[in-house]
Design a protein around this ligand. Structure first.
Ligand code: NDP
Length: 394
């Protein structure tokens, strides 16, 4: 008999992860889906191949989450809400002695700044409580780190440089839209770039460093931009001998043109402004105007290609290597009524949960995904919809 999982958040990522969990009753015996807006949980529940429970929950409120955990009695809480809720949900897990998983590291609402420190600080308390937290079990962070550790285990003695390259060669046909939560996405994209080199963080102006990247399998060439991304921090910590780690994301000229105007007129600000006697945060207002990422599912065509380029040495010889997944937006929609961005995050969230519930990955404390054996996770990617390929460039 499978175990019990409480999934928090009912957005794009949650829909895919919940669907994938529901397909596997031998691991996920009972599922409860809880979120701020219960009707969204019910809408997801209706799509699924078997019944699940749903509930209303404000996960910013620790007592509410504690009460729901006590009522349902899960073996694991999957936090697929927003990064703002991470610490509150970790507090609720600590109070009830239940394991925790997420896909994005904590970010305070008032500053667009994310780092692992806040969550790493929970390590001793989780360890003492005899429970574990798995941080960053999405695609990036998530699969990209597991791919790196897999390459280190099998193909390198030492990895010297890591370039994570996240390309979306898909098209949703909208003038401007973001593929996942617009507020989180725009905060990330408009923040300063940052990469890690020889133990130091080097900061760059937002989207100021760009290169051309030729995608595999004749998907064309895209402009990619250097950005900061949270897995750079954990990779720098867990890959010995590393000299440089960078993260790149593709953007179309059309996306960048809209973003520049929105930024110039102040619509991406995250501080409060006075409007008609009311205080509003422009970026939150903008989110209300933009298409809901979930609505892009049936419209999006083309593929995503996310992978990692690694340089290092094996048996004294220099090696250059690329490992990637290509995911087709329309196939994802046909399978779970979601586009590939949610799919590429929801599937690894399910796999991470499976690793914990099956005790394939064990231990007490707070862990990044780099700290576990990559092999069973990599095997599951092939099995559950995110097949990967590797290329030995040199
Ligand atoms: P969505 O905005 O689509 O969904 C977020 C959900 O969380 C919504 O249902 C929302 O409720 C709910 N929520 C927000 N606040 C609360 C709260 N206080 N209590 C309970 N529920 C709440 O986001 P996505 O599905 O696109 O993203 C989910 C997570 O995945 C995010 O943390 C995102 O950063 C992460 N992510 C990670 C990626 C990776 O590769 N690692 C890639 C993409 C996303 P409501 O419907 O009421 O607004």
């Amino acid at each position: 008999m499978g175990k019990k999982v409480l999934i928090i958040g009912a957005g794009g990522v949650s829909q895919v992860a919940t669907w994938k969990c529901a397909m596997m009753p031998e691991v996920f015996g009972e599922i409860m889906l809880a979120s701020r807006t219960k009707s969204k949980c019910d809408a997801i529940a209706e799509l699924l191949p078997r019944p699940i429970q749903t509930a209303q929950l404000d996960a910013d409120n620790v007592e509410e989450t504690v009460a729901l955990i006590k009522e349902f009695g899960p073996d694991l809480v999957m936090n697929l809400a927003l990064p703002y809720q991470d610490l509150a949900i970790m507090d609720a897990c600590l109070a009830t002695g239940i394991d925790y998983l997420d896909t994005a590291n904590y970010e305070p609402k008032e500053t667009a700044k994310f780092e692992y420190k806040w969550q790493w600080d929970y390590h001793d308390r989780f360890k003492e409580a005899g429970i574990k937290a798995l941080l960053g079990s999405g695609f990036d962070p998530g699969v990209t780190s597991v791919m790196t550790m897999y390459a280190l285990k099998h193909h390198f003695d030492e990895i010297h440089t890591i370039d994570i390259i996240d390309c979306n060669a898909g098209d949703h046909g909208q003038p401007f839209a973001t593929n996942f939560n617009p507020e989180i996405n725009i905060r990330e994209v408009t923040a300063k770039g940052r990469y890690w080199q020889e133990g130091e963080w080097i900061e760059t102006d937002p989207l100021s460093v760009t290169e051309k990247f030729e995608l595999p399998e004749d998907l064309g060439t895209m402009d990619i931009y250097l950005m900061y991304h949270e897995e750079l921090e954990s990779l720098a910590k867990f890959v010995p001998g590393l000299k440089r780690a960078r993260f790149w994301m593709s953007f179309s000229q059309n996306y960048l043109k809209h973003l520049e105007v929105l930024q110039n007129v102040g619509m991406t600000r995250i501080d409060e402004v006075e409007f008609n006697g009311q205080k509003i945060i422009p970026l939150q207002f903008l989110k209300a105007l933009l298409p809901d990422p979930a609505s892009l599912g049936p419209l999006t065509k083309g593929q995503t290609c996310i992978g990692v380029k690694l340089c290092g040495v094996k048996d004294g010889v220099e090696r250059e290597y690329y490992i990637y997944n290509i995911c087709d937006h329309e196939s994802c929609y046909a399978e779970v009524k979601s586009q590939a961005i949610s799919y590429t995050t929801g599937v690894p969230a399910m796999i991470g949960a499976k690793m914990l519930l099956s005790e394939t990955w064990a231990g007490d404390g707070v862990f990044n995904i780099e700290q576990f054996d990559p092999d069973p996770f990599m095997a599951d990617l092939n099995e559950y919809g995110l097949p990967w390929k590797e290329v030995f460039i040199k």
